[in-house]
Write a protein that binds this ligand. Structure first.
Ligand SMILES: [Zn+2]
Ligand SMILES: [Zn+2]
Length: 249
């Protein structure tokens, strides 16, 4: 049961969610998912998705939590809710709209693949949507409203944006205090780390080399990735190994 009466689902236009990958289609229903190619029989209306799924927050610290749709849907990338003390950010966004998600000031994207229900959260509680200008023009992102597009790194509201490119041209890493938000630049599991293979190989590795320059001399505690939260020392060790074994540095 949900008793939150503040955020009403503001669905006055058509929107569909692909159950196979989690991609949201704004406007008229296409025959196939533009992201994964699944047939339209695999789609839910956004309203039906809200009724069938929840959005849950898992606390990492008092001011940082991991946000995911439950049950898991498609290949949704974890979003992170971060209160810097100046602004409340959501780094990336769940693919399902649910009124349980507490309001944020800004939804900041690392890249354009899963903008999810960001437009519905924006309508619901007025969050701004930020993304790098090179990713705003991605065909998968074009139908979304953006309140800020940027080309260069910046710090605002306690959040640092580091555009590094690679996986996508505008791929942006975010940093706050001792936490780095990296989404899917690298995959990490028990078997080790590898660069995201679903993008241009060379520029993804170049982005890795650039990231290494940026993190040099900085102190981190954790790395928040697309499906993991890692302790920084372990992550860094695996990252160095990856750079070495791929001949990146
Ligand atoms: Zn799909
Ligand atoms: Zn991705």
């Amino acid at each position: 049961m949900h008793t939150n009466e503040v955020n009403q689902a503001p669905m006055n236009t058509e929107q569909y969610v692909c159950k196979v990958c989690g991609y949201n289609m704004l406007g008229k229903c296409p025959g196939h998912c533009p992201f994964c190619g699944a047939d339209r029989r695999q789609f839910l209306t956004a309203e039906a998705a809200t009724a069938q799924y929840e959005v849950v927050e898992e606390y990492i610290t008092e001011t940082l939590s991991r946000v995911n749709t439950q049950p898991a849907i498609g290949i949704e990338h974890a979003a992170y809710r971060l209160d810097t003390g100046q602004k409340v950010f959501l780094i990336d966004c769940p693919v399902v709209f649910h009124p349980n998600l507490r309001p944020v000031d800004v939804i900041a994207f690392t890249h354009p693949h899963f903008l999810g229900a960001a437009n519905l959260y924006r309508q619901s509680f007025g969050a701004e949507i930020w993304i790098h200008s090179a990713d705003a023009v991605n065909p998968l992102a074009r139908s979304y409203p953006f309140d800020r597009t940027f080309e260069h790194g910046f710090t605002e509201g306690g959040l640092e944006a580091w555009p590094i490119g690679g996986h996508t041209p505008g791929f942006t890493v975010y940093v706050h205090a001792d936490t780095m938000f990296l989404c899917d630049l690298v995959f990490m599991n028990g078997a080790g780390m590898r660069f995201n293979p679903y993008g241009p190989d060379r520029s993804t590795r170049d982005a890795g080399a650039y990231l290494r320059e940026l993190i040099e001399g900085r102190k981190f505690t954790r790395v928040c990735g697309w499906n993991y939260v890692a302790d920084y020392p372990e992550w860094r060790m695996q990252f160095e190994k990856l750079l070495e074994t791929t001949g990146t540095v």
